[in-house]
Design a protein around this ligand. Structure first.
Ligand code: SF4
Length: 361
């Protein structure tokens, strides 16, 4: 009987430590440690061990004219060690579109790298971890969009940015968590189809009640679906019993009962801004109901002594990418690390994104 062997491990970048002096490594370790600001999880010793990687990546970016864009949910060694731009989906799609460099390395999940290719079709877009998908993006196909459109003829189809290029190519307008309410409100007509996030679809139905009918799909983000209103009530009560006045900040990919229990709702960037504003106003007991990367960024970018009550959930897809993957993709990308899309898909998906840029301004 033939035995099926597991696939070999993916080839990773190997650092030539002799390229950097001990002094270079020490300085880089201190830079990383100061930027990340988490001495227990990211000790100076840990930073010293990754310093040769960040040094070589930053050197290669300059030599090869590459902009490295990272989503907020990537780990701090990436966001504060090697990224040139860190933000949420909307800001990053603009950053990719306007970047002067000829090569974009997108440290994130697959659909985001595809979005960079759609807005910059003549540039090379590298995605170091081709296996990094997304439960929300994977919940819908282009055929699903064609089917739902046939079921509700005449209604525009709006897709969340967390979708593949093929899905965007079938839709009329794209939105992100920072602009979906406004864009859907501004679309002409008295109805629309919203895909694929059922929770954001529900918020949209509530927001547009009496003005537009909203047909929704049943996809969800496995990270934000893990939170419930019941959990928030329990955590808030525990915090209150311990003498804390907790401020709960949530992402709109969570269910309605979570948002009802929250003090503030917004996209990753907006959540970060609000957390920093609250902290400077003396409200330092904060709970972030989202992926853990947002909490890492608040720690790194706040000068206040914050009390961030742990509730965040890690996204296994976002955390797939490591510095070694980035280094290898920069040195010598494998074919599956270079984003290629059919011209017809790029053209159609680009109209869907252009509609977002037009309606969001
Ligand atoms: S947190 Fe992960 S699963 Fe959720 S939408 Fe983002 S990439 Fe997808």
């Amino acid at each position: 009987m033939a035995i099926e062997l597991p696939p070999p491990p993916l080839q990773r970048g190997i650092v030539n430590h002799s390229s950097f002096s001990e002094l270079d490594i020490e300085k880089e370790a201190e830079r990383l440690s100061t930027a990340i600001k988490q001495p227990f999880r990211w000790s100076l010793e840990t930073c010293r061990s990754i310093a040769p990687l960040t040094l070589e990546i930053n050197q290669l970016k300059k030599e090869k004219d590459v902009i490295l864009i990272a989503h907020s949910y990537q780990t701090p060694d990436i966001t504060y060690g090697v990224a040139d731009a860190v933000a949420d989906s909307y800001a990053l799609s603009k950053e990719a579109r306007d970047a002067p460099q000829n090569t974009i390395l997108f440290s994130s999940v697959r659909f985001m790298a595809e979005t960079a290719k759609i807005v910059s079709p003549h540039k090379t877009v590298l995605h170091p971890s081709p296996e990094a998908g997304c439960s929300l993006s994977d919940s819908i196909t282009a055929q699903d969009v064609r089917d739902i459109r046939a079921k509700y003829p005449g209604l525009p189809v709006v897709c969340y940015i967390n979708t593949s290029a093929e899905v965007k190519a079938e839709c009329d307008a794209c939105v992100t968590s920072s602009n979906y309410l406004r864009i859907c409100e501004r679309l002409p007509g008295n109805g629309l189809i919203f895909v694929p996030d059922r929770f954001m679809g529900k918020h949209l139905q509530n927001h547009l009640a009496g003005k537009k009918d909203v047909i929704i799909f049943d996809g969800e983000c496995e990270v934000h679906a893990a939170f419930t209103g019941e959990k928030i009530r329990t955590w808030r009560k525990r915090a209150s019993d311990a003498g804390m006045e907790l401020q709960v900040l949530s992402h709109p990919e969570c269910d309605t009962d979570v948002l009802d229990e929250s003090d503030f709702v917004g996209s990753s960037e907006v959540l970060m801004e609000e957390a920093l504003r609250l902290a400077s106003a003396g409200k330092k007991d904060l709970m972030l109901i989202t992926e853990c990367g947002t909490t890492d960024r608040i720690i790194a970018e706040s000068n206040e002594d914050l009390n961030l009550v742990g509730a965040c959930v890690m996204c296994r897809h976002m955390k797939t990418t490591q510095l070694e993957d980035i280094l290898q993709a920069l040195r010598n990308p494998r074919p599956d690390q270079i984003i290629e899309l059919e011209t017809s898909v790029i053209e159609k998906a680009s109209k869907c994104l252009d509609e977002m840029f037009r309606l969001a301004e």
